[in-house]
Design a protein around this ligand. Sequence first.
Ligand code: ATP
Ligand code: MG
Length: 577
Amino acid sequence: MKASQMYLYTLREVPAEAEIASHVLLLRAGFIRKLAAGIYGFMPLGTRTLHKIENIVREEMDNAGAQEIQMSALQPAELWQESGRWAAYGPEMWRIKDRNQREFCLGPTHEEVFTDIVRQNISSYRQLPVNLYQIQTKYRDEARPRFGLIRSREFIMKDNYSFDRDEEGLDKSYWNMYNAYSRIFDRCGLTYRPVEADSGAIGGSGSHEFCALCDVGEEEILYCESCDMAATAEKADVKDAPAEQEAEKPLEKVLTPGTKSIEAVCDFLGIPQEKSIKALLYQVQVSDDDPVKYVAAFIRGDRQVNETKIVNALDIPEYALTMADEAKMGAVTGCVGGFTGPVGLHDCTIIVDSELVGLKNMCAGACEADHHLINVNYGRDYKGDIVKDIKLLQEGDPCPVCGKPVKKAMGIEVGQVFKLHTKYSVPMGLYYKDENQQERPVVMGCYGIGVTRTMAAIVEQHHDDNGIIWPISVAPYHVVIDVVNIKDETQMNLAEKLYEDLQAAGLEVMMDERDERAGVKFKDADLLGIPIRITVGKKAADGIVEYKLRRGGDIVEYTVEEAEQNAIDLVNAERRG
Ligand code: ATP
Ligand code: MG
């Protein structure tokens, strides 16, 4: 395409809310335009790159044996009521009514819809397995839409669902998709890490997230270099400290004026933080009609709490857990802000981190202002309604698998695979008859890739101060031909020849023949991130052009033929992968 005919508008200034490179550069380079908070449109170059990513996803899904369908974004509430998620999904779901007051949602995900489609036709083991996918627009009314395409309220997702006879079949489907995901992200040029993940609101158990490694990523990953442990912080197990053998001393109340933090009380009493118990006070409310319930969680003083583990232990939706209003909670349960301990609390659910069970003679709040208890022991002095690992794994902690210190990295979650088992097939009645005519629930898996988020993740990993550096596989055009002086007929003719030749060889070419200074064209070519730039200038008369790769390296003078051959070879090599 000729630049003079393109709908291409770069921006000099971007709004202050654009903080990270992908957001800034996709706006500046004119790939996307904002419509409202977390809602974006894709301009011509953005659309080309989006289609490239979609096609990589499509090819790998097709190769892995999945079949493409296209379902509506509008979903009737009844389907979600069948699965039980209409009530449980929370404020992220866009709920709407039609003119007859019938309820719908704009789908945040499609488990119910795909289960419904498959149950209409599948009844025998002979029809399984099945794997269906779609590349489709999703809606989530995120609390904090930000980072452009990374956390938006409307986004494109590839989602697919596998349907198998049994767990063994699911396992096969799961690893088949896991491998397809690895190929997709390889082809997109991403540096990523598959890590064990929590299954969240989608449900089920057994899950991996694919995280594009990147400092601005929102996902915290803990990994071990001595073994292959790698998990999100939410998911990672934490080893309990070994149980202590010391004799239990008598419980004692001590005056600790003004010591509201773990640090303050431990300093005051001259004890290490590992000998103290930290309290975290929550309230739980699933829907506005439910009464508020209180939860007190206790962990060793030097630890951090993992709220995902608390949500899972309570079996509630994530949004239902918030920090408690201490005064209100105190009136009901006897807790006292800054001086809460597990002894003497009432009318609340007490969650105790598993490691506290084996620790002896601890210090904890006395549920009385300016007082703590010392020599607090589990079993004798207090008990938990729930006893589980609720700790957050932190950099340097021992690896839960091999014990060596773990490392931390940040990542952008670009995809996730889940084993759903029978979480949807049972409530929604998706059964089949096996060889013995026995009815069995279909065993399901689900798999998602954030296509638009992937586009942003690629930019995060491939850019410099001047702009985007697209990998060839997803670049909107492979080559940009910059004509230095469009009034020079020799230059224009040579550029036209290049343009025609490269296109004939199957390359996607953009020719910048706008009436602009060469400097402006070079700047734009860098900003847009086109992988190969060929400049036709003064030496056109001798059939010489300049050849430069966006990802770095020198400007090289080539004959037109050499430049063409280099470009063709490079693009073909990258296409073959
Ligand atoms: P997150 O934890 O980042 O909110 P999620 O785990 O809720 O994401 P999934 O339900 O696993 O997301 O959705 C599948 C994929 O869709 C994610 O891996 C991600 O790439 C993409 N995705 C999810 N939410 C968004 C969003 N708000 N904007 C853009 N992409 C998203
Ligand atoms: Mg996810």
